[in-house]
Ligand binder design. Structure first.
Ligand SMILES: [Zn+2]
Length: 260
């Protein structure tokens, strides 16, 4: 029997047994296909979500479901906006239903402990809706013993560790961390082969007005699409943040899904 933690690498029968015999936690990574500047790949968000989910699954004996790679619309003031080439977003209603359908299918085949690990800020409230609607509809089907855990992985980082990881730097605030130190350092640590440090932009922080306009005004966002610079990101800073985040995810799963 394969012990891979990746659902896609398991046969249906191995997957079935892991659910039936071990009541395995099924982790669902959720991200986006979104520009992250010149130095990070379009898949940054779903790659990070999947990395975190895999590390947590290895620690708790869980299974990582196929990731939700497309995400909710990138917004100018949090993700650089929808105008950059390659930022391929779903309409909110599509996203809510897509995630809900996946959650319900996992439950229909026996998953009772489901953990959604999200790495794209704009997914946040839509995921709440997907989780809520999935549990409500499962109850209509008399499946009332499913618990869904949902976490934005960035929330697992403590202020103390962030201060250590940003030593000598100014933290620009979470809203400006799109393609900045946080994601760049995590990618250097988790996927070094996908980061091109020779292309890290060093632009001024954008000054956003306290409102939005539609259609969006691309001039609000620096040319690269990054909202702050990842110039001083290093593997060490990434390691500090990743290891704490993985640890918090694992402990949170153990708290919410006590395994006997
Ligand atoms: Zn991102």
């Amino acid at each position: 029997m394969s012990r891979s933690v990746m659902m896609s690498e398991l046969s249906w029968d191995d997957y079935r047994r892991r659910l039936a015999d071990e009541d395995a936690i099924v982790l669902v990574p959720v991200g986006a296909i979104e520009q992250h500047g010149y130095h990070l790949p379009l898949g940054t968000d779903w790659l990070i979500a999947t990395y975190m989910a895999r590390r947590a699954a290895e620690a708790v004996g869980g299974i990582v479901a196929s990731p939700i790679t497309y995400g909710s619309r990138s917004q100018i003031r949090t993700g650089g906006g929808p105008h950059q080439c390659g930022t391929t977003s779903l309409d909110s209603q599509t996203f809510i239903v897509l995630v809900k359908d996946v959650l319900k299918e996992l439950a229909r085949h026996g998953a009772r402990k489901i953990a959604v690990i999200d790495a794209h800020f704009e997914n946040r409230f839509l995921l709440d809706e997907s989780c809520f609607q999935a549990t409500r509809e499962l109850q209509y089907l008399n499946i009332d013993d499913v618990k869904i855990f949902k976490m934005q992985y960035a929330e697992a980082l403590s202020q103390e560790t962030r201060e250590k990881a940003y030593e000598g730097l100014v933290f620009p605030g979470r809203d400006f961390e799109h393609g900045g130190i946080f994601e760049t350092a995590i990618m250097i640590y988790a996927h070094p082969d996908l980061v091109d440090l020779s292309k890290v932009p060093d632009e001024d922080l954008p000054k956003f007005p306290p409102y939005d306009v539609f259609p969006v005004n691309p001039d609000w966002v620096p040319k690269s699409g990054n909202l702050s610079s990842g110039k001083h990101a290093t593997e060490k800073r990434g390691e500090l943040m990743v290891e704490e985040i993985v640890d918090v995810i694992v402990k949170s799963l153990q708290t919410e899904f006590r395994q006997d």
